[in-house]
Design a protein around this ligand. Structure first.
Ligand code: AMP
Ligand code: MG
Length: 405
């Protein structure tokens, strides 16, 4: 049995990083950026107004009268999208809209609320500082700035940023190819009759969904009975893939054939069994160019083992900067106890109370209980040697679902 960190290190050092491909930015959502993006332009490209109002020259306030304000001649009007060339004069104001280019020589914008206008004259009622309400050229992003980094996850706002930077096509990591196989004589699929002793196949569906969510192309090899020939036959059908996930049959039961079958097929076993709960009998081997994960079949264990051990490998294939789910701290609502020797991932529910994040472990923690995972929104990570964490202490959690549902 190896420690969690050692398992992750072994997995990461056996994983290479895949190539990149160029896609339209509208195809880039949830993909991993494959290049650094520098700005070729200033954003904003010119000094512009942050308000609807009047552009003035701040020296117009030199003799400002707090009682009556200062009266200026209106010399023109600039809507957003246009430029107005005027000879600057401190006795004049230019009517200007939000986002419009501040004319050369003018340095301050007075919001409309602080003015009164009549015919071609405007009374400025409130003094302003020089450059007030002016957004400077390059204030947000300067030409040459590194804006997005290789290895970042591309989210909707980053797609907006790519558009802002005039990037229409972008390099992203190619999607890892992952094949999945569920094993077990007891498994039947959706729509089939639930005969005595049979249960429905959950893992093919949850694994497939987690893989799609992580940006992979998935090939579902279906269900194999607990039988070496059937496992081999189903695996042979798999197209060349980066990762193969087999659920079930990795433990020490009489009909657990995953490990031996992989050996027969010539796979190089890297480790079997991790000091973790749930998910102890995780198997990791290499078959040709494919990384193979044997995950315990209990649906809750499959999910934990996938998130803790398979995801880091997928993230590395994609060249992602973060290699694991993010951890945050939360205050424990009810004390927890455990035996030493394994890292425990307890399904938990975290919630905000008076601006702080709290967490409570779900009542049912057995790896046979899938409902506890469904109702939870995080894992509480309890380190190997810790035996008790008291109510009110801080714990590390990994958020897996929405908070507040
Ligand atoms: P195993 O890892 O094969 O020993 O299976 C452990 C437990 O998980 C057993 O109760 C299996 O019936 C159950 N199990 C295995 N594979 C699946 C699956 N694909 N969907 C739902 N339950 C499963
Ligand atoms: Mg089984």
């Amino acid at each position: 049995m190896i420690k969690v960190e050692e398992a992750i290190n072994t997995i990461l050092s056996s994983t290479s990083t895949l190539k990149t491909e160029v896609v339209d930015i509208m195809e880039a959502l949830n993909r991993i950026l494959g290049e650094d993006i520098y700005s070729k332009e200033n954003i904003p490209p010119f000094n512009n107004s942050a308000m609807d109002g009047y552009a003035v020259i701040s020296s117009c306030f030199d003799n400002f009268d707090e009682e009556s304000g200062v009266l200026l001649n209106i010399e023109g009007n600039i809507p957003a999208g246009y430029e107005l060339k005027v000879s600057p004069c401190k006795e004049t104001a230019i009517r200007i809209m939000t986002g419009a280019k501040v004319p050369e020589g003018y340095d301050t914008v007075i919001p409309i609320e602080y003015t009164k206008s009549n015919n071609n004259k405007v009374m400025i009622l409130k003094r302003a500082r020089r450059w007030e309400n002016v957004r400077f050229q390059g204030e947000d992003i300067k030409e040459g700035d590194l804006v997005l980094k290789k290895g970042e996850l591309i989210n909707p706002t980053k797609i907006g940023m790519l558009a802002a930077l005039n990037v229409k096509y972008v390099k992203v990591a190619v999607k890892p190819k992952v094949a999945i196989l569920a094993t077990g004589d007891e498994l039947i699929n959706l729509g089939e009759e639930l005969l005595p002793g049979k249960i429905r196949n959950i893992n093919s569906y949850s694994l497939q969904s987690m893989l799609i969510d992580a940006g992979c192309n998935v090939e579902d090899l279906g269900i194999a009975k607990d039988n070496r020939y059937e496992i081999i036959n189903k695996l042979k059908r798999a197209k060349e893939c980066d990762i193969l996930i087999i659920s079930g049959g990795v433990s020490v039961g009489d009909y657990d054939y995953t490990k031996i079958t992989l050996k027969e097929m010539g796979a190089e076993e890297k480790f079997w069994k991790i000091a973790v709960k749930p998910g102890k009998p995780v198997l990791f081997s290499i078959l040709g160019n494919t990384l193979v994960f044997g995950l315990p079949g209990n649906p809750a264990s499959t999910v934990v083992a996938f998130q803790e051990f398979v995801l880091p490998s997928i993230y590395k294939l994609q060249g992602r900067i973060n290699k694991q789910l993010n951890k945050v701290t939360a205050v424990l609502e009810e004390s927890i106890k455990k035996k030493p020797g394994k890292v425990h991932f307890l399904s938990g529910k975290c919630f905000l109370k008076e601006g702080r994040l709290y967490v409570k472990a779900m009542k049912k923690q057995s790896s046979g209980s899938f409902s506890s995972i469904i109702n939870s929104n995080c894992f509480i990570v309890v380190p190997e040697e810790v035996t008790e964490i008291k109510k009110g202490e801080e714990v590390l959690i990994q958020i897996t679902n929405e908070i507040g549902e």
